[in-house]
Ligand binder design. Structure first.
Ligand code: ATP
Length: 740
């Protein structure tokens, strides 16, 4: 019965030394190892269900033992040393390889009793054609010939007529259902029809606010296409990352439809003399719930004050796939007699005839309806429960399965911070991928050139961000590792898989992340990776009518048996016949060892992995209160989590202990310090959405410290309420939510 333990040690040597070892020798090793366990003081390896099972599956406590937060290294076994030679590096450079014990002392994976809920679904298309809307013939022909669209989606059929009537609107429909055109078409139609022809020098008539630069570029692209026949109307985008001087020059010349991120617009309001809003007719908040969220509150207040000072009469439009009750309540009291358009509501499928409204705000949907989000019909959602130690190999195996062994797969993997994206991107690039014939240190011998990794996050230079966005957009396959900067609004064609490696902080973010696939009626799949201690998150999703089906971790890892470069010593060059759980475990251990070898090949890499681990824990500590019982740093086993960063031991003196101490004493009177740390955290996370003018978080901090005139410090929930409408102040604010 010691075979499992023995083989873990057997296969843990570097993957390039696949010399076959006689079975007799392996048997001796097995006995020796068994003896070692008996003699050691550590807890015995977790009991296995049976010979063919991976991990025990009793339905008992699923919390990982929280015993190593002070940086104690978990004693799982005495590391065995191997002398390994590399084939293309100095033969004399023999390294001592510590083995990895992946399958021992893991928490049990609970049976997932997921409640089956009836998901909310919307039909995307209608049979109604754009020419039924009475638009300018050139606009119709542009929609038909340039955009190659003929029939309207449901949200377009309901929204366009309402906006053409001059109404304010709150629009909610599922991800990828065509909300962009639902507001762009009425804006273009109304501006081209203005009696006194628009002059470029008039400045903005429409202002569209979006949360990220990539979304700004994408919306700009759509507007630009629609404006083809109306050359006198000039669109423009302000999004940070570009030289402020050239943006100023464009503003000076005149932009009539202005698309911007809030941060960048605020920068110009403060520093660009010739920006004015006296002619604004349209104010659009795309991804309204995100824009009106805490992270942008200060910017939105400045923008609204600037607009309201110059113009009162305009149409306001709020759109999102997740307009929650809080946002609609906020909007209800500040918009002028708005229509509420929710494609969910079948009874409002037909837009009411002229003079009537689609749905008056006096008859709002119930909170329950508003907190259940529609999921694209052809989106298959999955979840897998993976103990912390096995997270990294499971992610790598899943990527290999889809993007190496299957054709034309395009995958987006979401992480909770920029550092995590950078870490995994570089690690995978160096270990799973080979661009030249010679594998670098730690790379797989058969590293595949078929795999393509890209990354996108808020700490990248704008030029690179745009290039990556374009490349992934146009590419047929590849893996994009990213933060939530790519979660909202981006329309990246043919994405087949969404993987959430770190769980999102709200059901709304879950919806937006998975919404990058299965767009406009296409098919797509998603996978959420949870630790056993996080299994309850599935119930939380179910309470929002989100259904996920389970993929077993062993099914993900089993792909490793398809790649001979993961063969362990014990199997040598034998043809693998019956592929059992034992071989899968061995191969997973080989893969883990590749990661560990790479990370431990220099001090610098070890400290890089530690920083990534720290970033993970910092992000983990920011889950909102309502999810804290599921995601709490105290349920993390630092030694196990360290493994998922290729670290062999839990780092000593990890500063997360400081976070833990603070959390442990919430009643301390030092409120000022508490606010400051929250503030700091919000800034760090928010950097992903920064306007691009702030060079770094440090700079933001400095600005706040010196309190520039007109620049208020970010005070959570204490901002003056923004006024969306005509002079009415928003008072009934939702409790502030976490900024990303
Ligand atoms: N009437 C239509 N016919 C065909 N394709 C359309 C139509 N309207 C929009 N599309 C396409 O559908 C895709 C998704 O549209 P869009 O990005 O506007 O969705 P969305 O509802 O804003 O999504 P999200 O909530 O994720 O921001 C785009 O590629 C767009 O070009």
């Amino acid at each position: 019965m010691a075979a499992a333990d023995v083989s873990l040690l057997d296969v843990a040597a570097a993957p390039r030394t696949f010399s076959r070892r006689p079975r007799a020798q392996a048997g001796q090793q097995a006995k020796a190892t068994k003896r070692k366990y008996r003699a050691s003081s550590e807890a015995p390896p977790a009991k296995r269900r049976n010979e063919t099972s991976f991990l025990p599956a009793k339905k008992t406590s699923v919390k990982e033992t929280p015993r190593t937060f002070k940086g104690n290294t978990q004693k799982t076994f005495s590391p065995k040393k191997y002398s390994v030679s590399t084939n293309d590096r100095n033969q004399e450079d023999k390294r001592c390889i510590k083995t990895s014990s992946l399958f021992k002392n893991n928490p049990e994976i609970p049976e997932l009793h997921r409640p089956v809920v009836k998901q909310v679904q919307e039909k995307v298309f209608t049979s109604a054609a754009f020419h039924e809307l009475g638009l300018h013939p050139h606009l119709i022909s542009t929609i038909n010939t340039v955009l190659k669209m003929s029939s309207m989606t449901r949200v377009q059929k309901q929204t366009i007529p309402a906006l053409l009537e001059g109404r304010d609107a709150l629009v909610r429909s599922q991800t990828g259902s065509g909300k962009t055109l639902a507001y762009c078409i009425p804006v273009v139609q109304s501006l081209q029809a203005m009696q006194s022809k628009i002059q470029r020098s008039d400045g903005p008539y429409a202002l569209v606010l979006v949360p990220t630069r990539e979304l700004a570029l994408q919306s700009f692209d759509t507007v630009q296409k629609l404006l083809k026949p109306f050359t006198w109307i000039v669109p423009g985008v302000l999004m940070g990352g570009e030289k402020r001087k050239s943006e100023k020059a464009r503003l000076r010349k005149g932009i009539n439809i202005l698309i911007s991120t809030p941060g960048r617009l605020v920068d110009h309001i403060k520093s660009t003399k010739n920006i004015h809003f006296s002619r604004i007719r349209w104010l659009v908040f795309d991804e309204a719930d995100r824009i009106l969220d805490l992270g942008f509150e200060k910017d939105i207040t400045i923008i609204l004050n600037a607009i309201n000072a110059e113009c009162q009469e305009r149409q306001n439009v709020l759109l999102s796939a997740t307009l929650t009750e809080g946002v609609t309540r906020l909007a209800d009291i500040s918009l002028h007699s708005p229509v509420t358009i929710s494609v969910l509501d079948e009874s409002h499928d037909q837009f009411n005839p002229k003079g009537k409204v689609a749905q008056e705000v006096s008859h709002p949907q119930t909170g329950d309806e508003l907190d259940s989000f529609a999921i694209p019909e052809r989106l298959d959602q999955h979840v897998t429960l993976v103990p912390s130690k096995l997270r990294l190999v499971s992610l790598a195996a899943f990527i290999l399965q889809k993007c190496k062994f299957e054709k034309d797969q395009k995958m987006i993997v979401f992480f909770s911070s920029c550092e995590l994206v950078e870490f995994h991107y570089n690690l995978f690039l160096q270990t799973l991928l080979s661009s030249s014939g010679t594998p670098a240190l730690g790379q797989l011998p058969s590293a595949s050139t078929r795999l393509k990794f890209l990354r996108l996050h808020g700490n990248m230079e704008q030029e690179e961000r745009t290039a990556v966005f374009q490349e992934f957009s146009h590419s047929k396959r590849g893996v994009l590792l990213c933060t939530d900067v790519a979660a909202r609004g981006l329309d990246l064609p043919q994405v087949t898989w969404i993987v959430q490696y770190n769980a999102p902080s709200s059901p709304a973010e879950y919806i937006h992340r998975i919404g990058r696939t299965a767009r406009i009626g296409c098919h797509g799949s998603s996978l959420l990776i949870l630790a056993p201690s996080e299994a309850e998150y599935v119930n939380s999703l179910a309470s929002h009518k989100i259904n996920v089906s389970e993929i077993k971790m062993e099914d993900i890892l089993s792909v490793l048996t398809r790649d001979d470069c993961f063969k362990g010593r014990r199997w040598g060059n034998q043809k693998s016949h019956a592929v059992g759980p034992q071989e899968i475990r061995e191969r997973a251990t080989v893969l883990q060892t590749i990661f560990e070898d790479y990370v431990h090949s220099s001090e610098k890499r070890v400290s890089w992995a530690k920083q990534a681990l720290q970033s993970f824990i910092r992000a983990y500590a920011t889950y909102p209160r309502e999810l804290k019982h599921i995601f709490h740093v105290r349920s993390l086993h630092l030694g196990h989590v360290a493994k998922s960063f290729g670290l062999r031991d839990a780092p000593q003196n990890l500063s997360v202990s400081a976070i833990k101490k603070r959390k442990a004493n919430p009643k301390r009177p030092d409120l000022h310090k508490k606010m400051r740390s929250k503030h700091h955290l919000a800034e760090i996370l928010r950097s992903e959405y920064s306007s691009g003018m702030e060079a770094s978080v440090a700079k933001v901090k400095k600005q706040n410290k010196h309190k520039e005139p007109g620049r208020q410090p970010l005070q959570l929930g204490l901002q003056p309420a923004p006024c969306l409408g005509r002079g009415k102040k928003l008072r009934n604010r939702e409790k502030p939510r976490k900024a990303y």
